[in-house]
Write a protein that binds this ligand. Structure first.
Ligand SMILES: Cc1cc2nc3c(=O)[nH]c(=O)nc-3n(C[C@H](O)[C@H](O)[C@H](O)COP(=O)(O)OP(=O)(O)OC[C@H]3O[C@@H](n4cnc5c(N)ncnc54)[C@H](O)[C@@H]3O)c2cc1C
Length: 467
């Protein structure tokens, strides 16, 4: 239900137990809270959130260790193994409480998305994601965040305990005797204070706020930003204003394969199925199987800040499950060549150099050897017709934010809670440590959905709705 025109008096009579600011991953919190009997108001800044926020732009990969899908597939996994992966990828820098809570809740969350929300969850077992010991990313057909979000929105809209107010922006919050007052601003500039029991900041990070990105993550400040325009850092600002602490503000998810100039996501399945990246000198410049987030800065460091992703028909077929990949092809970003020389010509590369680069990669693949960059993942040898896509490195979203505990409750510097305040997703400290290299596939959505889910359970517990 949208309700821009809803009268203040009417809304007062429906004082929400929980206000959720942000209808992305925050909807998991709204739904879980309503399921536990709480009255929820979702305030969402953008009218176009169903197609414009980060959750909608994602490839919908949600990690869950020890899930029933894994058991059915004979995969022996556990939260402990997942936590060890997180700590290995972040070199021990991920927030321990948040990482433990999220690796612990992942399997339960995925089951809830399937059983309560009704999403057709499945386990992705076609490619290993760098850093994950086991196949543990669960997704929806099409691997489309838009489809995942559509399911959450439909369930929330059908729930009589949930009211969605959009467009309406949370601009501030202040403590009241019994909770918090959320200050909401409407597009015409009118403001309204809504009293609530608790407030969940699910407004994402500050990727769209150039000044904050320059301040906290200068290494990616010049990159194309490929995330929601609404990620202005509102949650961070409001939380800090209420006395919260913040951490890991230099953490971000980059991506090394955004097609240019199309601004569509080619996706890293291209590399994990056997593709390579070359620069304008027709040379490879690193280990493509290392992780797409940290590789973004490496692509940006190449001449012109771009690279050419090279695949063949086998890789092309393997990437078909991804809506994003197909959209990139439909946009015209993929150009086919009958041989190496033709490919070199298409992209203005030196033909002899490109032939040598491909020959080296093929030799490693055929012999199963590690190359000079440390790449030993060669599931396929590129052959036959070759396709190329010009790509660049992009900033997808920021990963650091307000410090929270294992229940997503926002913390002060001294470790005490900021009463009634919760944070999730990009607004909260995540589980990626510092910089870009701590990011594991799925570690954007898990804090988004998982912290919101845990926050809802804590609000319900404190309200005496659950033990
Ligand atoms: C292209 C792309 C692909 C990705 N793929 C994956 C993936 O496969 N797996 C994964 O784990 N992560 C992935 N990520 C990251 C993941 O999408 C995000 O980490 C996650 O969706 C963040 O959820 P969120 O709820 O914090 O933010 P969002 O989904 O962006 O939701 C925040 C909402 O808050 C609203 N808002 C902002 N400010 C206010 C305000 N002041 N008041 C009210 N509303 C406000 C916004 O309009 C928005 O709707 C990807 C990101 C991108 C960009």
């Amino acid at each position: 239900m949208s309700g821009e025109g809803r009268a203040g008096a009417e809304r007062d009579s429906l004082r929400p137990d929980l206000v959720v600011a942000g209808a992305g991953g925050g909807l998991a919190g709204a739904l879980r809270a309503a399921e536990l009997g709480l009255r929820v108001l979702v305030v969402e800044a953008s009218q176009h959130y169903a197609h414009g926020n980060n959750t909608s732009m994602s490839t919908a990969m949600v990690p869950g260790a020890g899930s029933r899908w894994q058991k059915e597939a004979g995969i022996d996994d556990s939260p402990e193994i997942f936590l060890a992966d997180v700590m290995a990828k972040t070199k021990g820098n991920a927030d321990p409480a948040v990482s433990r809570a999220l690796t612990g809740v992942g399997a339960r969350l995925v089951a809830w998305l399937a059983d309560y929300v009704g999403l057709p969850m499945e386990l992705a077992t076609d490619i290993p994601y760098p850093g994950h010991t086991n196949f543990r990313c669960h997704t929806v057909p099409g691997r489309s965040g838009t489809k995942m979000l559509a399911g959450l929105i439909a369930k929330a809209e059908a729930d009589p305990k949930i009211d969605i107010l959009a467009p309406a922006r949370l601009v501030d919050a202040r403590p009241t005797r019994e909770g918090l007052a959320a200050l909401i601003e409407f597009p015409d500039g009118a403001q309204e204070a809504i009293e609530c029991g608790s407030l969940l900041l699910a407004t994402n990070g500050f990727g769209a706020n150039r000044e904050l990105v320059e301040r906290y993550i200068p290494e990616i400040a010049e990159a194309t930003y490929h995330g929601s325009a609404e990620s202005r850092g509102d949650g961070l600002r409001i939380g800090l204003g209420l006395g919260a602490d913040a951490d890991c503000l230099d953490a971000y998810q980059g991506h090394a394969a955004l097609a240019v100039p199309y601004a569509t996501l080619l996706g890293w399945a291209t590399m994990m199925h056997g593709g390579i990246l070359v620069n304008s000198e027709a040379r490879r410049f690193g280990n493509e199987s290392r992780g797409y987030s940290e590789y973004a800065a490496e692509v940006l460091a190449q001449p012109g800040g771009t690279a050419i992703a090279i695949i063949d028909e086998y890789v092309f077929e393997k990437c078909q499950p991804f809506d994003d990949f197909r959209a990139t092809v439909e946009a015209g970003a993929l150009r086919w060549a009958n041989n190496v020389e033709e490919l070199a010509e298409l992209f203005g590369l030196d033909g002899a150099r490109l032939s040598a680069t491909l020959a080296e990669a093929r030799a490693c693949s055929e012999n199963g050897t590690e190359d000079g960059f440390g790449r030993s993942w060669w599931p396929h040898t590129l052959n036959g017709r070759l396709g190329g896509v010009r790509v660049t490195g992009a900033l997808f979203h920021t990963q650091g934010g307000l410090r929270v505990d294992e229940h997503a409750a926002v913390l002060r510097e001294d470790g005490t809670r900021v009463e009634h305040l919760y944070a999730s997703g990009g607004a909260a400290v995540g589980m990626s440590g510092h910089g870009a290299s701590g990011y594991l596939a799925g570690n954007g959505l898990l804090p988004a959905l998982g912290l919101a889910f845990l926050a809802a359970e804590e609000v319900a517990r404190l309200a005496g709705r659950v033990s």
